[in-house]
Design a protein around this ligand. Structure first.
Ligand code: HEM
Length: 378
């Protein structure tokens, strides 16, 4: 067990003190005129699991196909869409991607070795999930750079860039869907265009929405998990020594990264019917921001929550959500990050963070994302 690397908090990277104060003084508090922030574990979990009161549905919008994706649906539509795409995420399908992920990781580390240095974010954690999702969807790698720019814009705080990127992505995936209708292939987009629910095809918007969802949901999140893990191991020599001595501890360490750093810091819901939460009255159509990053440090659930403890068991973090929308790609994310960390530790067991570069976060409220993480390899 090891105490947290103070450098994370001295840099104000994680607003742990704010969360802690809010959990104590104002666990469900107003966030503007018609929205609430929710900070305690118990309340965050209640919102996630009570979909009859807290809806995932936003306003349907032709500008934003994600609004048509399963992430933003309630039952029964959610159940139908989820069943349809789940077959791409069975344990067998995920396992079958392992050799490809190992190969990509190896080639990214080969490139880094040639250069003698690497930025973990740009050279490993960011390209790896993009290549994996491109592979699943069956789209060309020529678009790798474009995918990266798109997924950055989708989770960033710049609204114009967000809308612009929605348009570009819609055109792009629409053209691919059209192509797969005429030339079916063995990929997920072909399965989506061929799928039927009650004898009806998915709409164009639903197909595009799902492709975009995968790109957003699977990219930045996994990038951030891997980068945060690399940072944590660097800051905590005892953790590094333990992982080097016994790699079977890596999955547990990654669960603690989900908890401690919360790659997705906050999700939102809309109140469907008047209700009470944490002693406050929430009205219909108000928005609720559920801070998993705070819930994951709630002392009511986690003993000594600010200690990074790779042996925490159980570790019921909410980093992947809870309830019917629980992350569909959770096993893929776990496998990708396990392979990346195993390979990095095996190849460069003594890697060190280049401390001349400042630790800074990307401009995103929703994600915990490091802008860069340069390391010295040997
Ligand atoms: C849903 C986090 C990786 C696909 C979610 C949710 C969270 C989450 C918190 C629940 C959202 C809600 O309740 O509104 C993460 C994190 C990841 C990760 C932290 C990595 C570190 C992935 C990957 C994929 C993926 C790799 C796929 C390639 C999805 C999908 C949903 C989802 C499709 C929607 C499920 C539904 O609405 O039923 N994810 N995710 N995620 N995630 Fe992930």
């Amino acid at each position: 067990m090891e105490v947290i690397g103070m450098e994370w908090n001295q840099n104000g990277l994680l607003p742990l003190e704010w969360f802690s104060n809010m959990r104590k003084s104002s666990p469900v508090e107003k966030a503007g005129d018609n929205a609430w922030n929710v900070f305690r574990y118990e309340d965050v979990k209640a919102v996630f699991t009570n979909y009859e009161v807290f809806s995932s549905q936003g306003a349907p919008s032709s500008e934003d196909p994600i609004e048509s994706s399963l992430l933003r649906q309630d039952p029964p539509k959610h159940r139908q869409l989820r069943r349809l795409v789940s077959h791409a995420f069975t344990p067998r399908m995920i396992e079958s991607l392992a050799p490809k992920i190992e190969e990509i990781t190896k080639s990214l580390l080969d490139e880094a070795e040639k250069k003698g240095q690497m930025d973990i974010v740009a050279d490993l954690a960011s390209p790896l999930p993009i290549v994996v999702i491109a592979e699943m969807l069956g789209v060309s790698l020529e678009y790798r750079e474009r995918f990266k720019a798109w997924s950055d814009a989708l989770v960033g705080d710049n609204y114009e860039a967000y809308i612009q990127c929605q348009r570009e992505m819609s055109e792009y995936f629409s053209a691919i869907a059209e192509d797969r209708r005429r030339h079916p292939q063995d990929d997920l987009i072909t399965k989506l265009v061929e799928a039927r629910i009650d004898n009806e095809s998915l709409t164009e918007l639903e197909i595009i929405g799902f492709c975009i969802l995968l790109l957003v949901a699977g990219n930045e999140t996994t990038t951030n998990l891997i980068s945060s893990a690399v940072l944590a191991i660097d800051s905590l020599p005892e953790v590094r020594a333990e992982l080097l001595a016994d790699r079977s501890l890596i999955p547990g360490a990654l669960e603690e990264v989900f908890r401690y750093f919360s790659p997705v810091q906050v999700m939102f819901r809309r109140v469907k019917q008047e209700t009470e939460l944490g002693g406050r009255k929430l009205r219909e159509n108000e928005h609720v921001y559920i801070w998993m990053a705070s819930a994951n440090h709630d002392e009511a659930v986690f003993e000594r929550p600010d200690v990074f403890n790779i042996h925490r068991s159980p570790n019921p973090h909410l980093g992947l959500g809870s309830g019917i929308h629980y992350c569909l790609g959770s096993q893929l994310a776990r496998m990708e990050s396990r392979i990346a960390i195993e390979a990095l530790l095996e190849r460069f067991p003594e890697y060190r963070r280049d401390r001349s570069a400042p630790l800074t976060r990307m401009d995103s409220t929703m994600m915990f994302a490091l802008k860069e993480l340069p390391v010295i390899l040997r």
